[in-house]
Design a binder for this molecule. Structure first.
Ligand code: UDP
Length: 238
């Protein structure tokens, strides 16, 4: 058996990843498939913290564009990430994966509060940790959460699961000539405006030298391949 290249990773799952073909809300079958992939990784001994997005339910910017107070709309977005996290937790538990959900906004009846040292301890004990509620602050994103938590828990890489198999110079879904990058630097990603993650998240990754692997979640086994160091998707570093 090949040993994983990374021993501690942050996996970023966008809310959309949980929606599947529904495009909205949570598709339990899709969540189940993701949980199966995560189980494989957890069983290989890789310590795993998962940051879950909320865009399949609510995005703060969309609410504020329609006149809502931005901070209020963002708190709703953070709550959406908690719903997604609970769905994923449930699916992981059904696959017998020991899991703990931790929230950045306290709601003790629902999950543990996020405490950095406790999160690390859970991972050391072989538990998968789901980090819900984003950073706990409005005006941020769950991409920034992934970057922040990766720095805090000293993860070696962020695995960003998408619905495309990497980063392209333009949208591959609308332009068949789109060229895929195998390797990219953060500076290039930011200056080209490639839209992989927001600039706050990108700067945090760059400043803290945390590499990012963008890959296609729909291809089963890809999370494990990424942890093994197989060259899938696009690697962003430097
Ligand atoms: N959000 C926030 N602060 C955070 C993380 C998330 O305010 O630290 C809110 C924000 O409104 C965002 C929503 O939660 O639009 C859902 O998160 P995100 O858009 O990052 O989810 P994804 O696109 O990954 O599904």
């Amino acid at each position: 058996m090949v040993a994983p290249k990374y021993s501690r990773v942050v996996l970023k799952l966008s809310g959309e990843a949980l929606a599947g073909s529904l495009g909205y809300g949570i598709d339990p079958d899709v969540v189940n498939t993701i949980a199966r992939q995560i189980k494989e990784v957890a069983e290989s001994g890789v310590e795993l913290a998962i940051v879950v997005g909320g865009g399949n339910i609510w995005r703060g910017v969309a609410g504020s564009a329609k006149g809502m107070d931005r901070a209020t709309a963002d708190y709703m977005g953070m709550l959406a990430t908690v719903m997604n996290s609970l769905a994923l937790h449930d699916a992981l538990q059904k696959h017998d994966v020991d899991t703990r959900t931790m929230t950045a906004i306290e709601m003790r009846e629902v999950a543990e509060p996020y405490i950095r040292r406790r999160a690390i301890r859970h991972m050391e004990k072989g538990r998968v940790v789901i980090l819900a509620g984003g950073t706990g602050n409005p005006y941020f994103s769950t991409d920034t959460t992934a970057a922040l938590r990766a720095a805090e828990i000293e993860a070696q890489v962020i695995l960003m699961a998408k619905r495309v198999d990497g980063v392209y110079d333009c949208d591959p879904l609308t332009n068949p000539q789109a060229k895929k990058f195998k390797v990219l630097s953060y500076i290039e990603m930011i200056s080209r405006g490639l839209g992989v993650m927001d600039s706050t998240a990108a700067s945090l990754c760059m400043d803290n030298k945390i590499p990012l692997i963008v890959f296609d979640l729909n291809q089963e086994g890809n999370i494990k391949r990424a942890t093994l160091g197989e060259k899938i998707g696009t690697y962003i570093g430097g």
